[in-house]
Write a protein that binds this ligand. Structure first.
Ligand code: AVJ
Ligand code: FE
Length: 442
């Protein structure tokens, strides 16, 4: 498809239905893969039990699509409080009187039945919530975001592997390791993308100085060189907060890495194997990313720089929807949607490169930026403050680009993710940038 704005009502309805169905198949696969005990137990204090995510997906869908858009009676108003993410911390959720697996499955199916009924009769107009099918798009993205969270829970789960996927395409060396991004203004954010969330809006002019950005995310081989150079025990590379954290948490390597003799191994969804040198490093915190960059004589990009490298086309001066152009991602453009259960090696997606020649910006690993999470000038809460506004502030860092576990419906070049700088259970890596010296500007 091209853009949601170009679809007629019937085709938009079909598109929504297909996205809802595709998302539910993923949620079902992630929850059907384990037994009932694994669904209700806590695999990590950082995560909810899988059965909480699953019923929460259904509850959000009920709140927005059955009750608000559809104006229907509640399916179950008695459970709203249990599945309100602001009422109970993740670590306390296993203690709650949650719906059991069978009950949760019945509940989400009943909600979905009603949603298809609402979808049949909804015209996509008259309310901002309905423009371009936004409310449905928001719920599709919400389900996919929780599916990525459930995938991270699977990564933390101990036991025999239950997930499987083919390997990603092979890599190939890139001709250059960094490219120059010209200074000046470009269009950042969006006011037109129908399913863009509030924090991506509005489109605005943003300026950068000229800078260099790496053509690929930092690889395991490069990251291992930082470890071997004593990076984790050298205070020079760390911010004050990063240094305090690395010592207190006794960090020595990315999460899920273990040294066996002279070699690094990693545990990925229960499969232990040697770390592959040319894959992007994953499961590092912002602090580790920042320390690596300093050690390498570089820095993290700001999110303005990241988006400019991803979207700016110097030939036309306009910003693209995706690095490769305006078309939706295909399997040739990016490693998304859990098609592969790992980041792809550097150079695996030549068709996904940006106009400036930057690779793998979308998919593979979320990329830490140096930016705090704030609303753009002109930001307006829509449709609820608890999606992004309540998280604005210096305690969260912005991540960009999506991971192998992020669905195409939930990733765009304008999409903004955020997390605490110490978090490592998400599928996060990074790439480096640096200022351009006057002598480098021809
Ligand atoms: C955008 C990934 C930070 O999972 O906390 C899910 C998305 N918001 N339910 C999160 C979200 C409400 C959010 N992130
Ligand atoms: Fe949620």
């Amino acid at each position: 498809m091209t853009s949601i704005d170009d679809l007629g009502t019937d085709r938009l309805r079909d598109h929504v239905a297909a996205q809802l169905t595709r998302s539910r198949a993923r949620s079902a696969a992630l929850t059907d893969a384990v037994d009932e005990h694994d669904l209700v137990r806590q695999h990590s204090k950082l995560m909810s039990p899988l059965v909480w995510d699953f019923a929460h997906i259904g509850n959000q869908e009920e709140l927005w699509l059955v009750r608000d858009v559809g104006g229907r009676e509640p399916v179950r108003s008695d459970i709203d409080e249990l599945y309100d993410a602001f009422k109970h911390s993740r670590s306390s959720r296993p203690e709650l009187p949650l719906l059991g697996p069978a009950e949760a499955r019945r509940y989400v199916a009943e909600v979905r039945d009603k949603v298809f009924d609402v979808l049949e009769t909804t015209r996509f107009e008259g309310r901002r919530l309905l423009d371009g099918g936004f409310a449905f798009g928001m719920i599709v993205q919400h389900e996919q975001q929780h599916d990525e969270t459930m995938l991270a829970t699977h990564q933390l789960r101990v036991g025999a592997p239950v997930l499987d996927a083919p390997p990603p395409p092979p890599g190939s060396p890139l001709p250059v390791s960094e490219v120059l991004v010209p200074g000046g203004y470009f269009t950042m954010g969006t006011s037109t993308e129908a399913w863009a969330l509030d924090n991506e809006r509005p489109a605005h002019q943003a300026r950068t100085d000229p800078f260099f950005i790496d053509t690929a995310p930092v690889t395991n081989a490069r990251y291992a060189a930082f470890i071997d150079a004593g990076g984790y025990t050298d205070e020079r590379w760390w911010s004050e907060a990063g240094w305090a954290h690395v010592q207190q948490a006794k960090l020595v390597a990315p999460r899920f890495w273990e040294r066996v003799g002279a070699e690094w191994y990693r545990d990925r969804f229960g499969v232990v194997a040697p770390v592959v040198p040319d894959e992007p490093v994953v499961h590092v915190s912002f602090h580790e990313a920042e320390a690596y960059a300093k050690w390498a004589g570089k820095r993290l990009p700001t999110e303005v720089e990241w988006e400019k490298a991803a979207r700016f086309d110097p030939a036309t001066g306009r910003s693209r929807r995706y690095p490769w152009g305006d078309e939706e991602p295909t399997e040739l453009h990016a490693n998304l949607g859990q098609r592969h259960l790992q980041p792809a090696p550097v150079g695996a997606y030549p068709a996904g490169a940006s106009a400036l020649g930057v690779h793998q910006l979308i998919g593979d690993v979320w990329e830490w930026t140096s930016s705090d999470f704030h609303g753009y000038t002109g930001f307006e809460v829509f449709p609820y403050a608890e999606y992004s506004q309540v998280f604005f502030g210096p305690e969260y860092k912005v991540l960009r680009g999506g991971s192998f576990g992020a669905d195409p419906a939930a990733v765009r070049s304008t999409f903004r993710n955020w997390d605490y700088p110490i978090r490592r259970q998400i599928f996060a890596g990074f790439r480096c940038a640096r200022d351009a010296e006057a002598a480098e500007l021809s």
